[in-house]
Design a protein around this ligand. Sequence first.
Ligand SMILES: *Cc1c(COP(=O)(O)O)cnc(C)c1O
Length: 395
Amino acid sequence: MQDFPWEFETLAVRAGHTRTSEGEHSEAIFPTSSFVFSSAAEAAARFSGNEPGNIYARFTNPTVRYFQERLAALEGGESCVATSSGMSAILSVMLGLLKAGDHVLCSRSVFGTTTVLLQNYIAKFGVEIGFADLTELASWEAALQPNTRLLFAETPANPLTEIVDIRALAELAHRNNSLLVIDNCFCTPALQRPLELGADIVVHSATKYLDGQGRALGGAIVGDAERVGKDVYGVLRSGGVTMSPFNAWIFLKGLETLSLRMKAHCDNAMQLAKWLEIHPAVEQVLYPGLLSHPQHGLAKQQQTGFGGIVSFVVKGGQEAAWKVIDSTRMLSITANLGDTKTTITHPGTTTHGRLTPEQKAQAGIVDGLVRVSVGLESVRDIQGDLARGLEHGPL
Ligand SMILES: *Cc1c(COP(=O)(O)O)cnc(C)c1O
């Protein structure tokens, strides 16, 4: 990674771009699958690794490199590898860093597909999978094994916004010679930098806030040059889960407004959470910015903002929750998050619908739970749209 002398907001706008001889001001898209060599000797030198440079777009592409260098600068990591989706970022970490006989210890509160990936696919290759309760360090400690190669957590977690102490979890991992991988999707580096807190690797679904406008699928891994720059990059080079240059350009431009957008998401979410908390039809609000959140103090310590996701429990169970959702006219009923447009979902019958009643109870996914990814519309309009269903719900 290049060393830039700039602050976060400047890095988000300027890091990673090398202008071509055309003098373009905005970053260029390079829609090319391969790159040309000046001679057979140069081709040989590039292929052997003796000379740096582009060979083929599955390995490197200048637009993708701009995005990787900018995100590496924002997360404070040596290396970044961009992937075709958030899930292929997680897959690449697992394929690059694990071997048969290793053990992965994963938080129970992670994106549903992450659990499926580990249990149904990674486990097929002789990797043991264990689970721990995100917020309970004792639960992580009890589940550690001598062969635990990596710990995987998402904080804040979806949809209940529980938070783990990254510094403490990193210390625990390192005492066991394990690596800590953090999915930083909910906060983005604008609000939380896990590497500074001791985590070894950060993964992203760029699909969410890094784009921020719901336009493209992408992912990224940030960490040190050896593990991410060599081991994880090798999976991409040979496995091909590469990010397209068109998508890289979208994410690159998304990063330029990341700080501003995250501030606005946080402001709207805070106002919405406070409004919901005193609404008579609402039983509970889960938002790290509220004093009532069990890890509010920790959130204040390790995050510079509380994020854009607000979950709440409506009185009256699933019927009342569905009524709130179906009474909206503006909010989008969709499972995506991190968009300028506010989205609303019922986790119990969508993202977490495949869990058994016992698993749901254990995970805190109650029937009245509604998750809102607060967008950048006027918060008064968001409240107005939610008020309709809440007022008609049972009190
Ligand atoms: C969406 C999401 C993913 C998966 O990302 P895709 O880009 O959809 O593959 C992983 N982790 C979290 C926390 C997510 O929200």
